[in-house]
Design a protein around this ligand. Sequence first.
Ligand code: ZN
Length: 336
Amino acid sequence: MGKIKLFKGIIYTIIFALFPLTLAALTASSVVFHALIKDQNEEIRGLRSEVERLTSIVDGMKDAPEDDPSDTEARKATAPFRKWFLNIHSVMDPGSGEDKPVPETIANDMTFEICPDFKQDITLQNGIETGKAYLTFDDGPSVYTNEILDILNEYEVKATFFVINTKIENYDIILKRIVDEGHTLGMHSASHIYEKIYKSVNAFVSDLNNNFTYIWEATGIKPQIMRFAGGSINSYNSGIASDLIKNISERGFVYYDWNVSTGDTSLPRPDSDRIVRNVLDNINGRDRIIILAHDTITKGETVKALPRIIAGVREAGFEFDRLTPDIPLMSLKSRK
Ligand code: ZN
């Protein structure tokens, strides 16, 4: 009996004295464990973003055209060097893939209160060239941009992309591809939120300046033309539209509205047949056409319609070209 009592005593001692100690030890080790896991998670996140960055560089190398060794070199380089390389490359070889003469410019001595450096020399304008068709894609880059570029390549069409600050995977490589293949990159808006950008002239300018920087940093090329989100005159900017136009024109940028629309933003969404008709039914009798299309994740039908649009526009006697600042602006007011 005595032994059993002693044994029980020992068991109770263990349970009542050691249990709280064990609990405390478990709690403490769980706190330490969580702290370690947190550190490790942070490290894993860091490693993951580094892997994504390197993967995008490697993907870029895979996609790089074989015949352009400088481009492959640029993509091989690490990020800061790559940016520097692209800058030097674009200074040495402005508008690579382009045979147009460089337009004449005059110095811009205008001064501005906000974003004073957000300006460029004024480009001297040529007259309107009749018989030209300008395909324009707004709101990219998107998951469809590479496919659009493949089609443009296949049909030997140069086009214009008015992009926003999307951060889709490899956006910088896509933007660089647009430039490298001889198309024009233009500004559209950083945020594309009408209520925000059309609040005031200053709000608009600082948003567009962000868009300018996004394009410049990704490609080493400074965009020279733009398209207003929603067009130069719309229900959000009616009070300040003429001030906006004056401001960006004084900064040396040229804007382009459109005179033919694919209608690809209307609801219910048009199918590719409808999109083709929207364009081809509205081109006859025009001196030049600027076609509005969109490059976003919901515009698969626009991509599908492209080959037929290109063929039909050519059949109607137009020749495709990209927009450059020496080409006279197009406004919704006159659409000429
Ligand atoms: Zn837009």
